[in-house]
Design a binder for this molecule. Structure first.
Ligand code: PLP
Length: 398
């Protein structure tokens, strides 16, 4: 018998990490694997941010900090939310955490009771559903249509809300689809939520800066629903700070206090040095992010251009983040040269890993089993080589 709790046995391991493991194992055998499975900027953290961390160490800033973050950082986050998003928050609404991931987990665990329904816009980021499971909530997947770039609409939301609905979760820009909900689309969603004041929302804006359409809209900007919205954001994507582990949420003070309470019993504050680095990041504004975004946009265009020539890949144009998410179901039922039938996107991902030596992630992990996710956060020459190989391997399927 397993000594592991039912709670943990019921959890899935993230497939993003599983594919990366398989790719590493192949690479260890000397195979030239191109890994497009991880959602990670390939840029270094900007130098001015690294310098602030070094300075924090040299000044001896090495002690526990207040659980929800140092006051200067919480204030700087309020200033950022005002400057970028026109949101008015006081520092008691801000909880700084060990990554946006912990901010999301804090919010879910602080809000969801056993049996509560949580509507997740699908395709969705892998961890949302597992966090809801930990909270013993019931996930309700609400699927966006391919024709609408996978964006769930206000009318769909209205139809999915029941008396048991407690929470709605989505990301915009979306991982995995790259979809960006427009101000009007969010206004329509806000109008639905205003009619259901018992429904709360976690709006994951971690990809805010990686936006190719220009305007990022926040659901909390709609005054009538502001108190229902928990806005999650962080530094991993926009400032290329994945390893530093810092993110935050902004919510009305009672929700923020509940997240602070949970975090105080689980991890306490995130790293003191990281907090000083994040403070510097915000003080530097978004110039460094804008440089990286120019590269992400160029790569998106490059990849879309190559994917256009791959038969059977149906790909909406991503408006943000750094993924492409083609529907690959045209390949289901085809035979590999070894005589195996491809029946799922997972099998197609494994075939591409073994034949093209390119690692992607099965869309099933994101609630979209007809799709594959490829990260475009890689050097241009790697992307060119990857999609050249993918096209060759796919051409061998009959
Ligand atoms: N939300 C989404 C949609 C993500 O893709 C990720 C990272 O992959 C996160 C949250 C977590 O980010 P962090 O590194 O800040 O924990």
């Amino acid at each position: 018998v397993s000594v592991i709790s039912d709670r943990i046995n019921a959890l899935e391991a993230p497939q993003t990490i599983e594919m990366a493991k398989k790719a590493r194992a192949l690479a260890a055998q000397g195979v030239d694997v191109i890994s497009l499975s991880f959602g990670e900027p390939d840029f270094q953290t900007p130098q001015y941010i690294k310098d602030a961390a070094k300075q924090a160490i040299d000044e001896g800033f090495t002690f526990y900090t207040p659980v929800p973050g140092i006051p200067q950082l919480r204030q700087a986050i309020c200033d950022k939310l005002k400057r970028d998003n026109n949101l008015d928050y006081q520092p008691d609404s801000i909880v700084v955490s060990t990554g946006a991931k912990q901010a999301l987990a804090n919010a879910v665990l602080a809000l969801v009771n056993p049996g509560d329904e949580v509507i997740i816009f699908s395709p969705f980021w892998v961890s949302y559903e597992e966090m809801v499971k930990l909270a013993e909530g019931v996930t309700v997947r609400l699927e966006g249509a391919l024709e609408n770039d996978y964006k769930v609409t206000a009318a769909q939301l209205e139809a999915a809300i029941t008396p048991r609905t407690k929470l709605v979760m989505y990301s915009s820009p979306c991982n995995p689809t790259g979809a960006v909900w427009s101000r009007q689309e969010l206004a329509d969603i806000a109008a639905v939520l205003a009619r259901h004041p018992q429904v709360l929302v976690v709006a994951d804006e971690i990809y805010e800066y990686i936006n190719f359409v220009g305007e990022h809209a926040s659901l909390a900007q709609f005054e009538e629903v502001k108190d229902q919205v928990v806005t999650v954001n962080g530094f991993s994507k926009g400032y290329a700070m994945t390893g530093w582990r810092i993110g935050y949420l902004a919510a009305r003070p009672d929700i923020a206090a509940a997240c602070d309470k949970l975090q105080s019993q689980v991890t306490s504050a995130t790293c003191s040095i990281t907090q000083r680095a994040a403070l510097a990041a915000l003080q530097g504004g978004r110039a460094s992010a804008d440089e990286m975004v120019a590269a992400y946009r160029r790569r998106r265009d490059l990849v879309l251009e190559m994917v256009k020539d791959i038969p059977g890949f149906v790909t909406p144009t991503p408006e943000g983040a750094f993924y492409i998410f083609p529907d690959v179901s045209a390949y289901f039922g085809k035979l590999t040269p070894a005589g195996d039938t491809i029946t799922t996107s997972r099998e197609l991902a494994l075939y591409l890993l073994n034949d093209a030596h390119v690692a992607a992630v099965d869309g099933g992990a994101f609630g979209a089993p007809r799709c594959l996710r490829f990260s475009t956060a890689a050097a241009d020459d790697k992307l060119i080589e990857a999609f050249r190989r993918i096209a060759l391997s796919l051409a061998k399927l009959h």
